[in-house]
Ligand binder design. Structure first.
Ligand code: HMG
Ligand code: MG
Length: 307
């Protein structure tokens, strides 16, 4: 299969990126961060999570953040929702898209959302049933698709079957999460091969954490199979508090650089994105994890350099 001509980037920095940070970012600064992202040409931003603040304290201000951001009608602003309590909040703030999140590993499911995979599907069904009359689109995540921090290897057939089940429940898109970044290109390719037999490839997204520096190689491998939706996190922020040792998502700037080099359209301004990555990194008292952003900054940050 040939490479796609256009890729949709789902920017997960404000959610996946911040959820793991010990330093609390004030609400106004989160809003400023998301407003900057809205100015970069992104079409999908995962803003926050309507989860228990006891589990994810950093996102306890999720309602204020969601209400505070300037909404561009061309951008889908989504939020994670684990159950009906989360959905009530999503409805309250007028969210048009939510994401439910399950796992291909029983142990990870218990650690992350405090229930078994089977129980999680009952919750998802409730959430989807109640979301639909409000016209809310539902995205589905599957975590640990290429390995679990507790159980090790995960059978790709299991992931493919769960992806099919989530589509049947009513998800419009499935994001396959390499939560701990253990995947390598052949394994990623095999996973997509099997999953695409159950779910049309246009409805599959990839979500690579970059713990072992494999994310860009994995993305290239699956683009060649026809994947055209990639989750990423500006400045490479991210991690899951319930997956010890997992580092950030692949940096959005690095993905855009790869895609530009492959003549694949994204509609995103890489320089503006790099600036936003540097902004949020400075709030977190660190340098951006994106090598591309560092290179852009080192040359002449404000120049409209062609890459
Ligand atoms: P629980 O403790 O089993 O829930 O948590 P509960 O129903 O027994 O309720 C306990 C308390 O939480 C109650 O409050 C509820 O009201 C409250 P209390 O009476 O004790 O004061 N509560 C809520 N509050 C706000 N929003 C809600 C909500 N639900 C209950 N929605 C629960 C179950 C699912 C809520 C909990 O386990 C949870 O919030 N987990 C979220 C964990 C999380 O966000 N993990 C990170 C995101 S997943 C990820 O990063 C992976 C991904 O990026 C893909 C990849 O990389 O693989 C997506
Ligand atoms: Mg993640």
């Amino acid at each position: 299969m040939s490479l796609p001509s256009r890729v949709k980037i789902v920017e997960v920095g404000p959610r996946d990126g911040l959820q793991n940070e010990a330093l609390t970012i004030p609400t106004e600064q989160k809003i400023e961060f998301i407003d900057q992202l809205s100015n970069t040409g992104l079409s999908a931003i995962e803003v926050t999570s309507f989860v228990s603040p006891k589990w994810i304290p950093q996102l306890a201000d999720s309602i204020d953040v969601f209400n505070g951001i300037k909404k561009n009608p061309d951008i889908s602003y989504s939020t994670l929702v684990p159950n009906l309590t989360g959905l009530e909040r999503a409805i309250e703030v007028g969210a048009k898209e939510i994401a439910i999140f399950g796992a291909a590993s029983e142990t990870f499911s218990q650690k992350n959302i405090n229930c078994s995979i089977a129980e999680s599907f009952k919750r998802f069904e409730e959430v989807i049933t109640h979301a639909k009359p409000h016209g809310i689109k539902v995205r589905g995540y599957i975590s640990c698709v290429l390995g679990c921090p507790f159980e090790g290897e995960i059978a790709p057939e299991k992931v493919a079957s769960l992806a099919k089940d989530l589509i049947q429940l009513g998800c419009y898109e499935i994001s396959l999460g390499d939560t701990i970044g253990v995947g390598t290109p052949f394994k990623a390719k095999r996973l997509i091969e099997l999953t695409a037999k159950e779910v049309p490839i246009q409805q599959l997204a990839v979500h690579f954490h970059d713990t072992y520096g494999q994310a860009i190689a994995n993305i290239f491998a699956v683009l060649k199979q026809g994947i055209s939706i990639v989750d990423s996190s500006v400045a490479g922020l991210g991690g899951c508090p319930y997956a010890k040792g997992a580092t950030g998502n692949v940096a959005t700037e690095d993905v855009i650089y790869l895609l530009q080099g492959l003549n694949i359209e994204t509609g995103i301004d890489i320089v503006k994105l790099a600036q936003t990555g540097i902004f949020i990194s400075s709030l977190l008292n660190r340098n951006t994890q994106s090598k591309v952003a560092r290179a852009i900054a080192a040359k002449d940050f404000n120049s409209k350099q062609k890459l």
